[in-house]
Design a protein around this ligand. Sequence first.
Ligand code: NAP
Length: 282
Amino acid sequence: MSDIDGRAVAKEIRAEVSAAAAKLRENGTVPTLAVVVPTDDEGTAWYVRSIKKAAEKEGVDCRIEQLDEPGKGEIIAKLQELSADPDVHGIICQTPLPEGVTLAEVGWYISPFKDIDGANSEGLGRLAQGRRTWAPATAAAVLELLKREDLTLSGARAVVVGRSTVVGKPAALLLLNESATVTVCHSKTKDLAGVCREADILVAAVGRAGMIGADFVKPGATVIDVGTNPTEDGGLVGDVDYAAVSEIAGRLTPVPGGVGPVTTALLLRHTVEAAELSKTHP
Ligand code: NAP
């Protein structure tokens, strides 16, 4: 079994981002990401600071727009303001959102030209149509990791566990667009382990620590673990039982050090792409 090294992949992407950002700056454009933060959750604050640090290291400006107990209207107003601001190229609306507000509702107010984390349903629609778009960065990270492996996605049997709009569904669509044969599983799936055992490529995006055991995995399969579950000692574990599955899988992403760093790197890549696009679109 070999680990798929997300940190190494992220390093390569970030080097490309850095070069692209430098070129944009030479031509008078400062690539800028705005992160709207609608709650004061400590975990979210830590994550957003890590995005800012990564962005600024690669030459991408990052504005954190902290909102104080906002209602839906204030979040929408901020997203509209940033969408109209010519100095902002990429916009993220950070979850969790306040009670009763969904990303699907407010994401609609992020300009599609700045929607670098696929929050506007137009992006999901374009993905379903097989057109170019920025998929949610975590789903895009799944595909990025797979594409960098020596794998044939076309015709491969792929199983995605999880059907959320931010991870499971877009990951499934990205795989389908690569001509994989895709099955999407969820909490009502019968014989989940049996379905997962059919997979050449297994993507776990559930949010339940260690639920994917060795009996879910076909020998030699490639397993991408999207799950990030906090442990009591302040660590992080995935949805995959790493010790058991590493005995049977061909390749496996660790947690931490798998999907997470690539997700951050892709947010930055998408932002520089949006900055490049801003030269031809308003
Ligand atoms: P979510 O919105 O809670 O969706 C979880 C999905 O898992 C749902 O589709 C749910 O099915 C399914 N599920 C729950 N229990 C199940 C079970 N026993 N058997 C089969 N399916 C089950 O979560 P999410 O936002 O997609 O995130 C998933 C995981 O990825 C979380 O651990 C999250 O922290 C992590 N994540 C990581 C990154 C990163 O950058 N690494 C980014 C985003 C999220 P139903 O639809 O039937 O309820």
